[in-house]
Design a protein around this ligand. Structure first.
Ligand code: S3P
Length: 172
């Protein structure tokens, strides 16, 4: 008998389009999808921006870790989870991701990711392009270490990328 299908986690920098892909994959498979940042906001009763402002990044990372633990304990069956860009680097998260999920890394060049991520809602982006580039370079090794699949979204459409991920996830 084949193994039951594990949940799928999408990892990658801000601006990679993890949430859009999670939604695409959800509608292609009929399986539910969740966005970890939205779950953090729901549980905290505050926006990500407010959490950073009131509790700093350390407080946000605590919420992020607790919420990841909550998701794996409460959501059953195959589902898709769009993580936050820093989730794989957060304390304790790597082992949770490794043991509960198949992990796909959504990637593009740091320059493209920066431009796609721009906007007022992401606190770490407000630290400027040099900070983003450094973070993007540092996290590459964390993502590469964790991911079983890397998909390039530099030019491919979300629908095509979603199809590739689904095929891989289902072992087609
Ligand atoms: C973060 C990415 C954000 C959000 C928070 C911190 C990061 O998620 O979790 O602002 O450390 O890269 P997205 O990757 O969904 O933007």
């Amino acid at each position: 008998m084949s193994e039951p299908i594990k949940a799928l986690a999408l990892i990658g920098m801000m601006g990679s389009g993890k949430s859009t892909l999670a939604r695409e994959i959800g509608s292609a498979t009929g399986w539910p999808w969740l966005d970890l940042d939205r779950e953090v906001e729901r549980r905290a009763g505050r926006s990500i921006e407010e959490i950073f402002r009131m509790e700093d990044e350390v407080g946000f990372r605590r919420w992020e870790h607790e919420t990841l633990e909550w998701v794996v304990a409460h959501v059953a069956g195959p589902y898709v989870l769009a993580t936050g860009g820093g989730t794989p680097a957060g304390p304790g998260n790597r082992s949770v991701l490794r043991s509960h999920f198949r992990v796909a890394w959504v990637d593009a060049s740091c320059e493209t990711l920066y431009h796609r991520a721009l906007g007022p809602d992401r606190p770490l982006l407000q630290k400027g392009p040099e900070f983003f580039d450094r973070l993007c370079a540092e996290r590459r090794s964390v993502y590469a270490d964790l991911a079983e699949l890397r998909v390039d979204v530099e030019t491919a459409s979300p629908a095509d990328v979603a199809q590739n991920i689904v095929a891989w996830w289902k072992g087609l």
